[in-house]
Design a protein. Sequence first.
Length: 233
Amino acid sequence: MISVCLATCNGERFVAEQIASILQSPRVGELVVSDDGSVDRTRDIVLGFKDPRVRLLDGPHAGVVRNFEFLLTQARGDRIFLADQDDVWLPEKVEVMTAALDSADLVVSDCVVVDGALAVMQPSFFAARASGPGLLRNLTKNSFLGCCIAIDRRLLARALPFPSGIPMHDWWLGLVAQQFGRVAFIAKPLMLYRRHGANASSTSERSATGLWTRLRWRARLVRALLLRALRVG
């Protein structure tokens, strides 16, 4: 079964369009939505979808990283897709990425970067980010955009629980797959990645975080990978 893990928090503006784009694929077996304390109409919008595949849960109320960690513990499928609340999936996304998972533990696709009205800002996230495989490359500059990721369930044995202090869930999942499994980059854009000024992540923008903080993040990731290697063997 294919599970889609969708994290929400005050996403009423775009979440209906995103859910509709996900549910258009008959291969999606469940859409697990974890709401992290919305005070707008997000929950009502999710519940308005009468599709039996939709499952709404109360999130941990601890931020986006822990919300996705919680979602991964709740997903029932053998193949798991991550989703943000404000994007739009293209019709072939599930089919193409599921096929790629036959020979990989984690796949990440390209996407078109768009604004709030879906006008194109960058036709290729991969080109703008210089995305590609490699542990050192991705420690230096994260290529693993969470909303473009799908994983095989077997990766969770290495990835869960998330270490404390990691900067983002997608970076951790990508590095775990790069270190312990097989990674595939799909050059075809399979999603519209909406940037509208209120996103939970800022992967496509230049970081405003200080140098020492960024170095600490990378040190934590390296340490966590080493400890995970010792834990699992």
